[in-house]
Design a protein around this ligand. Structure first.
Ligand code: ADP
Ligand code: ASP
Ligand code: MG
Length: 400
């Protein structure tokens, strides 16, 4: 029995017309595969009545802390509404479908509300629905903990739901439908010359997603890599071939620094850099940050100084925490992290040199850097984002 998971993102589901398009995609899949499981996001983006951010904006907090469990109950509603609307649309075209919450779909999670970890997927109910020849329409982004409480998997988590469903049901392929033609060499909103990448490895895509390319959630890539199930990213609204993701890197040319060792440029906005100077017990300090749920990145520790970045929303929490110590500190707000990704850059000399000369030519100041086997990241001022991405994109020959 062949089985496909089809996941549709918020923009693909925003209007009646776009949902018609989604129904068509599901109809096509029914002809090609024996079984189809659909995973959906909340309809539209901020401003659309049931989009996740719109639901979040319903809470008038006045600075009060809202219980994470209750937040999860609220934001999970967006996806649940979509399942019923889409299941109904499928029914009107003669396709029998059944709407399911994450919990009803068997997604069992930890009780870490807003960022729950999936422990396992109980496929009993979905398998029964499939055996009847019906289409399960699963609410992405959510699951259920051992108490029966609704949990969510972190923003963008519907991709993770799709990957987990694929793994649990041993799908032949996982198709992620979105509003762009596939994985591009950079975010097409920031870099107009970004090109479609036809094939990419799980590893490289993971680095891109981790670097902020929100076209797919990094956790989804991790799960897909674990199961080895091919993932296809496609545009709901066009017939572009899309991007195929497998274990293989399809760039087969011999590698020198002048060749395409870089596949893409990712970026993450909304970062703040902290510099803390003075004598401090680093173990206690970094444990304090962790206890406050402040996730940090690009970390450099020197005997009398430490530099790190975090999400801007952690600004006040972090300042308060640092002020408890007898140290001086400063911060740079409105930063952005740009990550140059290329699995084949390992051991190739000159990549950093190229990045530095490319950015200095366009007068972009580098605030900090970090690197791994297949990435080099630079922290820059957010105002320089477009200029920097464009320059690096050109420098590494991604325009062609
Ligand atoms: P969905 O609602 O379908 O989940 P998202 O908004 O989460 O869609 O992700 C799609 C968006 O990801 C695109 O509109 C695009 O702007 C952005 N994006 C960022 N980096 C990339 C990239 N390298 N390739 C393609 N899209 C990217
Ligand atoms: N609707 C959720 C979000 O906006 C999940 C998703 O779209 O994947 O984060
Ligand atoms: Mg998404």
């Amino acid at each position: 029995m062949s089985l496909v998971i089809q996941k549709f993102g918020g923009t693909s589901l925003a209007t009646h017309e776009s949902r018609e398009r989604v129904v068509l995609r599901i109809e096509e899949a029914r002809k090609k595969y024996d079984q189809v499981v659909v995973v959906v996001s909340a309809m539209g983006r901020l401003g659309a009545p049931y989009a996740t951010d719109t639901l979040l904006s319903l809470l008038e907090t006045d600075g009060r802390h809202v219980d994470d469990r209750e937040m999860d109950m609220l934001i999970a509603c967006g996806e649940i509404i979509t399942t019923v609307v889409l299941s109904n649309a499928l029914g009107s075209k003669g396709m029998k479908a059944q709407a399911l919450t994450g919990g009803q779909s068997g997604i069992r999670t930890s009780s870490h509300f807003l960022e729950a970890h999936v422990d396992y997927v109980d496929t009993t109910r979905i398998s029964n629905i499939l055996a009847q020849g019906h289409i399960p329409v699963v609410a992405g982004f959510q699951g259920m903990d051992t108490q029966g409480d609704t949990t969510t998997l972190g923003r963008g988590g519907s991709d993770t739901s799709a990957a987990l469903m694929g793994e649990a049901l041993k799908a032949d392929v996982i198709e992620i439908f979105t509003d762009v033609d596939g994985i591009m060499t950079a975010d097409p909103i920031v870099c107009k010359t970004a090109k479609l990448i036809n094939h990419i490895s799980y590893n490289e895509l993971f680095q891109m997603a981790d670097g902020g390319a929100k076209v797919i959630h990094p956790r989804a890539v991790e799960v897909a890599r674990r199961s080895g199930i091919p993932v296809m990213i496609k545009n709901t609204f066009s017939d572009a071939v899309g991007t195929t993701i497998t274990h293989f890197n399809y760039i087969e040319k011999p590698i020198t620094v002048n060749e395409r060792i870089i596949t893409s440029i990712a970026h993450r906005t909304g970062r703040i850099q902290f510099l803390v100077e003075g004598a401090i017990d680093d173990e206690v300090f970094f444990n304090d940050l962790a206890a406050q749920n402040v996730s940090i990145d690009i970390i450099n520790i020197f005997p009398e100084r430490r530099v790190f970045t975090t999400e801007s929303i952690n600004k006040n929490k972090t300042i308060k925490l640092i002020e408890a110590y007898d140290v001086s500190f400063s911060y740079i707000d409105n930063c952005c992290k740009i990550t140059v990704v290329g699995e084949k850059m390992t051991g190739v000399p000159g990549v950093m040199a190229k990045i530095i000369s490319s950015l200095s030519k366009v007068k972009v100041q580098i605030l900090q850097t970090a690197d791994s086997l297949s990435t080099i990241a630079c922290l820059i001022h957010a105002k320089d984002l477009e200029v920097a991405v464009f320059a690096l994109h050109e420098t590494f020959g991604l325009h062609d």
